[in-house]
Each structure stands twice: as C-alpha cells, then as structure tokens.
Design a protein around this ligand. Structure first.
Ligand code: DSN
Length: 427
C-alpha cells in the first residue's frame, strides 16, 4: 500500500494535503537555492520507527536503555560525515543549521562576546547576528561588507581587506564566513589569515555549498576553518537538519556538550538515520557528477538570463545560486511580484534583496535562483535557456498587465508540467 493511501485511511484531511503537496512538487520547477529533492531512501528513513525512541546522549553514553541500534546508526552517520569532509570529528545531532550555529556559538564564546560576519542584507543568515535572533541578542555582532564599486573588478564580492580591517579593529572571538545568498567562491585561506591576526576562531557555515564541497565543486573549508557548520537538506540532499564538524578534539568536546545537554534534548534519530543514508549517497562517485552539474546548470541559467536583459549580481555565479537584479529589465519589476507571477507558472523561487537594494526585504529588487533541485531531476545546461525563457515570458507579460500575465502564465504552466513529466523527481 502506498504511504499516502495508508495515511488516507487514518487521517483524510492531512493525507489529502500531503498528496497535494506531492503533486505540487512533482509538477513544478523548484528553483529555491536552499531546497532539493531527496532520494526515496532518505525520504523513507525519515519516516521510520526510529522516531519512537529517546536517545539523549551520544553512542555508548546514552541516558536511556534500548539504544543499541541507535548507537550504530549514529556512528555510521558520524563516520560518513567525517569522510565526506575529511575531518576528525562530527556531531550529527543538531536539529537545524540555526541550532548548529547556536551550539557552536555557545561552545566557542561567552555571552556578550564579539563576533564578525557579513553585513546581513548582503547575503548572511539570521543566525549570523540578526538583532532579534539569539546571535544578535546574546552576542555582539560586527560586520564586514561586500565591495560596492561598480568600477571595481570585485564589485559585490567579499572585500577581504575589509574582513581583515574589521578583525583588527574589533578583535572578534569568532570570525564567521559562509552565506545564504552569495554566488561566488569563498576563499577560506584568506579568512583564516584574517582570523589568525586577531586570534579569532574561524567558523565556516557552509549550509548552502556543503554538497558542492563534498562533490569537489567548491574548495573545502578544511584545513582553514576551526569549526564548520551546515544544514543537511540543501546541496547535501539529505533530510532537514544540521551538522557540525571540526578537526580539534578540544573543540569537539565543547561542541558535543553544547549540542547536548546545552542546546537540545533527545536527538531526532529517524532524521539521523536519513542523514546517514544521504551521506552514503554523497560519498558515491555519482555525487561528484551531480555537484559539477549543479554548478554548470547555474552558470548556464545565469548566462541565459543575462542575455535576456537581467543583471546577475557580481557578474555571474561560481556555485549553485545567482541573485538576479530585475531592475535593468524594468524599474517597475520587484522581487515580490516576480516570485508571485512565476509561482502562477509553476516556477518556484524567492524574492531576495540584492546588495545595496533600495527596496525593503518584503519587496526587493531581485530574486534568488538555484539549480540543486532541478539538477536532481536530471535537467542539464541545455535546458537552462528554456527555463530562462519561461521566466522571461512570464515577467514580460506581467509588466504588460494582469490579463496578459494570466494567459502567458497559464501557457508556461503547461510547458513546465510537461518538462517535469519528462524529468520526474527522484523515485
Ligand atoms: N533559509 C535558508 C535559505 O533559504 O537560504 C537559509 O537557512
């Protein structure tokens, strides 16, 4: 019996919504840079009886009996995580990337300590110092900017001189790199040099690019970062969750204590099983092919959009995502409108501020697009101009008015459905 049929017998209301969501995912192009389509093995592991168990503690040192299989599952997950990143210690228990960051902050800094991160609206994450987040409430963030100079070759890229200057001036305890909306390669060596000059610990939050790192399509933060955090559900293509890695035994001990009992109680063992399976998939050769294809697809999509009059911030992309400045196409076009109109056509993305965006975060002048999910469906570079055409036709029609937009979005919706049928989600 299909899982949805079983659920339907049990609880029709929820089962029907899950079935509709499955249909939505199957028939739309997912271009949200932080999302992906997991394998059926990962999906099913996340729905197993391991959810029934309390396993507070760590393998071999639990606070509950009956953890014999949970110990083995968590050991497999840890071992595979270490192999993926080539490091000595892994904590696979964080429930999310934000909780991984919170645990690392707690392990590395006293409350009130100063840390340095990217100006948040330039592509950082809320756990990198947003005022009302734990990171901005219990710690003191200082920020380094991107280059803002259209005539500079590094325009809209990390300003490494500014990173070093912020470290000299504020002597942060932690220097944080890794972002949610940065399309270029991160030079971890330069970050480590800046950290060393003020005695800071370098933390790399590689949530977005973790799968590219593991697949060899982005340089590794090791051996430069003292601690690495990531989510497991983006380019790593695992279940929703977090992961912390380090090479330092001393830091590993502090981090383990900080995750449990510092930050969390019982680990989500069903999710840890799904992480173990996803990590096993990441260690296969086919994952290298996947990571390389994600990057090639992003480059192809960025180029195709640029040809159609959009500006790609920093002039392009080196990774899985791009920030599309919509203003050159039309000053009237906002990220909020683009997100809504594209969804009508079955193309899912998110509005996103571009560096130095004059519009507020709920409106924005840009959208963020990413290729991890469409690459998991099997789309290649040659399909990206087709996707760019879909996007451009819908936005162009939207600018002409509601009637035109409804007609064109309807036509594109059918073409998106047919592309999705040709390239089904992993099954
Ligand atoms: N919310 C995630 C993103 O979309 O990038 C970051 O955690």
């Amino acid at each position: 019996m299909q899982v949805v049929d079983l659920l339907r017998r049990h609880d029709r209301s929820v089962a029907d919504l899950i079935a509709k969501e499955a249909e939505r995912q199957e028939t739309t192009l997912e271009l949200i840079a932080s999302e992906n389509h997991v394998s059926p093995a990962v999906l099913h592991a996340a729905g197993t009886c391991l959810t029934n168990k309390y396993a507070e503690g760590y393998p071999g040192a639990r606070y509950y009996g009956g953890c014999v299989y949970h110990d083995q599952v968590e050991e497999i997950a840890r071992e595979r995580a270490r192999s993926m990143f080539g490091c000595r210690f892994a904590n696979v228990q964080p429930h999310s990337g934000a909780q991984a960051n919170a645990a690392v902050f707690m392990a590395l800094m006293e409350p009130g300590a100063t840390f340095a991160s990217l100006v948040l609206k330039d592509g950082g994450h809320l756990s990198h110092g947003m005022k009302i987040n734990f990171s901005g409430t219990y710690y003191k963030p200082v920020h380094y900017p991107l280059h803002y100079d259209v005539n500079h070759p590094q325009h809209e890229r990390i300003d490494y001189d500014a990173v070093a200057a912020v470290c000299r001036e504020h002597k942060p305890k932690v220097l944080l790199c890794g972002y949610s909306a940065y399309p270029r390669v991160i030079d971890f060596k330069k970050f480590r040099e800046a950290a060393d000059q003020c005695g800071a610990l370098l933390v790399a939050d590689v949530a977005h690019i973790a799968g590219l790192i593991v697949g060899g399509a982005h340089p590794s933060p090791f051996p430069y970062a003292h601690v690495v955090t990531t989510t497991t559900h983006k380019t790593l293509r695992g279940p929703r969750g977090g992961l912390i890695l380090t090479d330092s035994e001393d830091l590993a001990k502090k981090i383990d204590r900080s995750v449990f009992p510092g930050m969390q109680g019982g680990p989500l063992m069903h999710i840890i099983a799904a992480k173990a399976i996803a990590f096993g998939e990441c260690l296969q050769d086919s994952f290298k092919t996947y990571a390389a294809q994600v990057v090639r697809n992003a480059g192809s999509l960025a180029a195709a959009l640029a040809e159609r009059g959009y500006r790609i911030t920093s002039g392009g992309t080196d990774n899985h995502l791009m920030l599309v400045d919509l203003r050159p196409r039309s000053d009237r076009l906002t990220g909020a409108d683009a997100e809504k109109w594209l969804e009508e056509a079955g193309i899912i993305c998110n509005k996103n501020g571009i560096p130095d965006d004059p519009r507020p975060p709920r409106v924005t002048s840009g959208v963020r697009l990413g290729t991890p999910a469409v690459t998991s469906r099997g789309l290649k570079e040659a399909h990206m101009p087709v996707v760019a055409d879909f996007i451009d036709r819908v936005l162009d029609a939207g600018l002409r008015g509601d009637d035109d937009r409804r007609i064109v979005a309807g036509q594109v919706r059918e073409q998106v459905r047919s592309l999705c049928r040709e390239f089904p989600m992993p099954a």
